[in-house]
Design a protein around this ligand. Structure first.
Ligand SMILES: [Zn+2]
Ligand SMILES: [Zn+2]
Length: 113
């Protein structure tokens, strides 16, 4: 523990942050590079599909089931998550529990939806 004194420690991290910001002028406070914040067509499409689906759920046109399409369970939260296989079809979703949804996104063929 180089700085047992909390005042000195704060001073140290302040100086560190100042140096870090000077060395990385293109980054914001989150430290993420700017390209992460640039909206791609894909991310726009995903957002649009999710928004469309959310509106349909609100209107009662799409009903969120209580059970997972994959395992038939209710998951830990008891709340099914909509998974889009194709964002061009915002209403064609699979309803998955958080566990199954996590598995889908960790599939090695890189399917991310
Ligand atoms: Zn499941
Ligand atoms: Zn998904």
């Amino acid at each position: 523990m180089p700085y047992a004194d909390p005042v000195k420690r704060r001073e140290h991290s302040r100086l560190y942050m100042r140096k870090w910001r000077a060395a990385h002028p293109d980054r914001d406070r989150s430290g993420r590079p700017p390209e992460v914040r640039i909206r791609t067509d894909e991310s726009r499409m995903k957002d649009a599909a999710r928004a469309k689906l959310a509106r349909a759920i609100k209107r009662g046109e799409v009903v969120r089931p209580d059970e997972c399409d994959d395992c038939g369970g209710v998951g830990r939260s008891g709340w099914m998550q909509a998974h889009h296989d194709d964002y061009a079809k915002p209403y064609a979703v699979r309803w998955l529990c958080s566990a199954c949804h996590g598995l889908v996104h960790r599939m090695p063929d890189g399917e991310v939806a």
